[in-house]
Design a protein around this ligand. Sequence first.
Ligand code: BEZ
Ligand code: FE
Length: 297
Amino acid sequence: MIIDNEDSVTGVVLQAMAGGNNARLRDIAAAFVRHMHAFAREVRLTEAEFEAGIAMLNRIGQATNEVHNEGVLFSDAIGLSTLVCLMNNGANGNTETAAALLGPFWRMHSPVTPNGGSIVRSPTPGPALFADFEIVDTKGQPIAGVEVDVWHSSPVGLYENQDQSQAEMNLRGKFTTDAHGHFGFRSVKPAGYPVPTDGPTGDLLREQKRHPYRPAHVHFLCYKPGFKTLVTQVFVDQDKYLDSDVVFGVTRALIGDFKHHESGTPPAPDISAPWYTLAYRFVMEEGEATLPHPPIR
Ligand code: BEZ
Ligand code: FE
């Protein structure tokens, strides 16, 4: 266990870390060390670069508080969150609908809303959106009684909790699928928005000359005991940031067909053109229904 030189460090560390009763932790820690050491070797990390990296890690921790998780944001911006999400859900689209990041804006207890009801809870200028969804199991059979949380940003790209002008719980709702597996609502078309750039993740984006935007999307959390909880997003197909989402949340199957309507009979008497309609089908697979921790209250 004595280190001779640079070449023997990794082996000595791995040997020192081989104890403990938790086999999974042992595997993860060993792989982490192997990859970190290989990374340092590959780039021939200098001492100044090592210090800069540690300072960045520290700043990520310092920028994290009750309502903001810079660690998650950093993982999002390097695609690690999406990789972990896709590895653990949906078997590459072969079973359930592709999952997507929960993000920092899910709130529990969004208002229970009847099917077809509006989630616009205070005046919110923007084109109307009429959305209709079906949830089926892996055999294509409709699933009744799925509780679905829906949340999205406003047509100027702000969630209600970021915007004084929006009512509490505006553009959020909780629906339950009917006997045919359907739920739907009326809203306004969301806009994309930038992620926070006042921390170390923002510094990284600026350094890499990347924009901080997410394409417009609607979030869904579908929950029913007996089925694996589906957390996903459906993206607005015309969005200019679709192929450059700063957090890499877009997968092809999640691009929605937001149909633009200029003429014809509007779906409600108070609607004037243009308006949008969206129809989308989710697939849930059998499994354990769990709920994530809400990032905000
Ligand atoms: C969101 O879609 O709400 C989101 C996801 C990751 C980072 C920031 C926002
Ligand atoms: Fe979002």
